[in-house]
Write a protein that binds this ligand. Structure first.
Ligand SMILES: Cc1cc2nc3c(=O)[nH]c(=O)nc-3n(C[C@H](O)[C@H](O)[C@H](O)COP(=O)(O)OP(=O)(O)OC[C@H]3O[C@@H](n4cnc5c(N)ncnc54)[C@H](O)[C@@H]3O)c2cc1C
Length: 290
């Protein structure tokens, strides 16, 4: 199928793009990689009258690593993040997670802003950003606002972004050195969207006890789910397979996934337990090797 007729704008600065959003309002849609928007337009699930293509706004394409955080511009492509040596050094979870997004062709066009705003509940980036305690910065002609991921993601494909806003950057705090990460997912074929996805971060103290831990799941709700009830039980203890399995035994009571053509609710719950244990164990092993 082909999309309905639309006008096409190509701003070269952020302020120009924001002016266009103010001018066209709900009739306009931002396009970055077009990997999700164009299929939706082709299927006539989206019919914007004006496309604002932000690919020429170079000021939105950057990766900066400071002492305290990683800053990634909204227009930065997945492959740029995947290939960044600086990011791999301070937060290898991101490098590992980016490789799970679709195929290399998708990652060469898709962007951070597009993936986060599209907010697919089984997409890797929203789960990674939630697990890592990232923040999201949005710009409008009235100024900037920075919010936490749990304020940003509302439900399936829905966020708090306003129609006059552009996602300009994400910020990811750099964790202490003795932190280990892992991400893994269950897919029917390599490169497919995940059926269930889990990401974990574990930090050890000087004696080898867990000082903090985070577990994020995707594919179980409309938004990324953080299971503090599981990780609270890990903190203060030495990591072990038995401890992790015991803490994960409550997961099935904490989640309520919807069944779909790919997996029943019960199967999804089983997958969550398996993948949660797997990523927590791997994160603990990696933290111990730091
Ligand atoms: C075959 C295939 C397989 C895929 N597999 C996966 C996968 O396994 N995992 C995964 O996570 N994704 C997957 N994707 C999606 C891919 O990651 C997309 O790149 C991503 O979802 C959208 O990014 P984009 O830059 O292409 O955004 P676009 O398609 O351009 O836009 C998506 C939405 O975000 C809005 N938008 C875009 N940029 C901004 C911005 N800066 N500010 C405000 N709004 C903005 C648009 O208006 C639109 O509503 C797949 C896509 C395809 C086609």
């Amino acid at each position: 199928m082909k999309p309905a007729v639309f006008e096409y704008e190509t701003p070269t600065t952020l302020s120009e793009a924001l002016c266009l959003l103010d001018e066209f309002g709900y009739d306009a849609k931002i396009m970055s990689g077009g990997q999700s928007l164009i299929p939706m337009m082709n299927m006539r699930l989206a019919r914007p009258q004006v496309i604002i293509d932000i690919n020429r706004i170079e000021e939105l394409n950057y990766i900066r690593v400071t002492e305290s955080e990683i800053q990634i511009g909204g227009l930065t492509h997945h492959y740029q993040v995947e290939e960044s040596k600086e990011i791999k050094k301070v937060c290898p979870l991101i490098t590992e997670g980016m490789k799970l997004i679709g195929h290399s062709q998708i990652r060469s066009r898709g962007t951070i802003g597009g993936s986060v705003v599209h907010a697919d509940p089984t997409a890797e980036l929203p789960v990674m950003l939630s697990t890592l305690g990232a923040t999201i910065t949005l710009a409008s002609s009235e100024g900037y606002r920075t919010i936490e991921t749990d304020e940003f993601f509302l439900t399936y494909l829905t966020t708090t972004i306003e129609m006059n806003e552009i996602l300009v950057s994400i910020q990811i705090p750099i964790p202490p050195a003795n932190t280990g990460y892992a991400i893994d997912e269950f897919t029917l074929r390599k490169g497919d969207f995940a059926i269930v996805l889990a990401a974990a971060s574990i930090t050890l103290d000087g004696e080898g006890r867990i000082s903090s831990a985070t577990l994020g799941l995707g594919g179980v709700d409309g938004v990324p789910v953080l299971l503090d009830e599981v990780t609270d039980g890990l903190v203060g203890n030495f990591p072990s397979r038995e401890l992790i399995s015991e803490c994960c035994s409550v997961i099935k009571e904490l989640i309520d996934p919807e069944p779909d053509i790919h997996a029943s609710a019960e199967y999804r719950k089983d997958l969550c337990v398996t993948y949660a244990i797997r990523v927590l164990e791997r994160a603990a092993e990696r933290a111990a090797k730091q």
